[in-house]
Ligand binder design. Structure first.
Ligand code: TYC
Length: 160
């Protein structure tokens, strides 16, 4: 028997819950992946000898079969980011666009003016990058506010 394959049930359970060294989250991520982006883990278990009608030997007897079980740890989804884009039009007043950028994207006057002028000149510009639900909320807030003020200002989102 290979000594390093002899794990107690408690160790196997610990590995299943916490990963090979019990501290995957606190270890520096390999290959530059974010800490929450965990790799599938391989765990080893010791199976009781004989699937049925075994001798009753447990893994301490040295007679138990060595089995390899693979278990994929639940991998938390990396939140995908979305750009909120502002589109140019010929009718919305520049002052209104600046007000929108200040109000919904927490820009100061200088930033908001720069972004507004960029959109005015290029046709489209990025107001910010957010997780999907926040980006969607911002788009709705901008569109509602523009509609209430009878401006045709358009805002949309795009995967970052
Ligand atoms: N082009 C508009 C004007 O000349 C100003 C404007 C800028 C409108 C940015 C929309 O997203 C926009 N009044």
């Amino acid at each position: 028997m290979t000594p390093e394959l002899r794990y107690s049930p408690a160790m196997v359970l610990h590995q299943t819950l916490h990963g090979p060294r019990g501290g995957a989250r606190s270890e520096p991520a390999r290959s530059g992946a974010p800490a929450f982006w965990t790799a599938p883990v391989r765990i080893r278990t010791i199976q009781p000898s004989g699937a049925s009608g075994g001798t009753g030997d447990d893994d301490r007897s040295g007679e138990g079969q060595i089995g390899v079980a693979t278990k994929t740890r639940a991998k938390p989804k990396k939140p995908s980011q979305f750009k909120v884009l502002m589109l140019n039009d010929d009718y919305t007043p520049m002052e209104f666009v600046v007000m929108v950028l200040k109000r919904f994207f927490q820009m100061d006057l200088e930033q908001a003016t720069r972004v507004m002028l960029h959109v005015h000149q290029k046709g489209v510009g990025v107001c910010g990058i957010f997780p999907y639900e926040i980006a969607e909320t911002k788009v709705n807030q901008v569109m509602d506010f523009a509609r209430q003020n009878q401006h045709p200002l358009q805002c949309t989102l795009e995967k970052a």
